[in-house]
Structures are given as C-alpha cells and as structure tokens.
Design a protein around this ligand. Sequence first.
Ligand SMILES: [Zn+2]
Ligand SMILES: [Zn+2]
Length: 304
Amino acid sequence: MTEMRIVFLGTGGGMPSRNRGLPSIAVKTSGTVILMDCGEGTQRQFISSGIGFKKEFHIFITHHHGDHVLGLPGLLFTMAMSGRVDPVWIYGPGGTGELLERLMHPRMGRIPFKYFVREMKTGDSVRIKNLTVGCTSSDHTQEVLAYYIQEDSRPGKMREDFLDSLGVPRGPLWGRLQRGKPIIYGGRTITPEEAVGPPRRGRRIVYTGDTRPCENIVEIAREADVLIHDATFDNSMRDEANIEGHSTAMQAAEIASKANVSLLCLFHISPRYNNPETLLLEARTIFPNSIVAEDLMDIRVPYR
Ligand SMILES: [Zn+2]
Ligand SMILES: [Zn+2]
C-alpha cells in the first residue's frame, strides 16, 4: 500500500499574512511530488516541510493570478541551487508557456535542468505513474482549471476461504488469479471472478484553485476522498466573494455535500481572518467533516 500525503505549503489567498503563505499544496506519493499552484514563498515552505527538491516533480497551475504563480521562479532557482538536474514538468491553462518565459529572464541565472510546459484545457489529463491528473474549467475572473488526482484502482481482495477450501497453495497461482487470469488446479478451472473480489477504488483528491461555486467541481469531486476548496470569505461577505470570483466557506461546504466527498479542506483563506473559526463553523453547519487548511499541515489520505 502506497502512502499518499497532502502537505499544505501555503493556505492564504491574495496576499500573505502572519500565519498564511500563498497557495501551494504538495501531494506526495512514492517518490513523486505533485504540486498544485506555486504562490510566492513556496520554496521556503518546502524547506520547512522537509519534502526535498530532488524527487520527480510535476507542478500544476490553476490560473495566472500572481498569488498562484509568483513562487515559480524562486522554486526553480532554489531547486537549481540544491543541485537538481532532473527535469520538472509544469502544467497550466493556455498561456502558461508564455507566462513562464516572462517570469524566467535569462539574466536571473541559469537553470541546469529542463522544465517542460504543457498547456491543458478542460477534460485533459496526464498519467503520472499510477495516477491520472485531469482538469475541468471552474469559474473565476480569468480562465481557471480545477484539478483532480485519481489513483488507479487496486486489485480486489483474494477470497481466501474459497481458495483454501479448494487447497490452492498461496503463491504464484494466487498471483495469477489476482492479475485476472484463470488457473487449473486439481482438475478444476478456477476463474478470477470466483476467486477475487471486486477491484478496490483508488484515492481521489480535488483542488479547485480560485472559484465561485461551480457545477463542474461537483462533477469532478464526486465521492472524492479530499476536496480542497476556495473558502476565501465568510457568509456575511457572500456578495464580495462571488463578485471577486471566490466562494464562501458555506458555499464550499455545499459543493462538498453535493459531491459527497469524505473530507473538505477550506483553503485560500483571506488575510482578514486571524482566526478562521467563523469559516469552520459555517462550513460545518452544512458539511460536518470540514477542516481549515493551515500552513505546513500534513494529512495522510487513507483508503476508503
Ligand atoms: Zn488566489
Ligand atoms: Zn485568482
């Protein structure tokens, strides 16, 4: 079983505050880091989190507002200073390649590794080991992509009692059945359908970036294990939130409830909230399993 962890590097929105840096989330699994957004100061949070700069690295950018991208040059240069030579992959909406060219002027120094940019549009996905990372467009004041990370399903559990009753020894024959192939044992054909339970679903994480409440998010977040949702303001600021292309904590909770996720993490918290208690209480009236993401919070994503 592979461990999957989410490390919240920056959880504020717009500008940093005493307690919160700007948006960036690392999803870590088996030697790979998937970074969602890269706000200013992300590289320092990386150092504090102890993740390290030499893993396989994929960076997904939701949109081009400064608070989500200004950490890219700093992160890439810090990786270079740390001796990284392996390439980095960067994904984002249309125009991400041009944005990166502007952010990375050659006079700033040389990056000794390659970084590849792939621009994505709604419905696109990429394969990273046993994960699929895909996107849909959400609803903000500029083009924005919300991402899901879907782990492949795992083979079903072996029906041990059944196989033991037939005397099939544990080992290669069991392995063959688990890989979906029939075996012949004691003159009898045993099919994987009778010997192995249904496949077990992989884990799913959804990250919205900046968004108003949006049906496309409900679609990609259905039955997700973790939904990380824009919750910039409390309910008294609902109009401001929606004019500025954001959601309130309560609206995030409504989306979590519609999508029937397991856990909602409120994210992109405005610097006006020194204490996010109001946001949490409002969200929990609609969706009890809500938490407020905090900088350097590290959560394990369990199998359901
Ligand atoms: Zn933002
Ligand atoms: Zn924005």
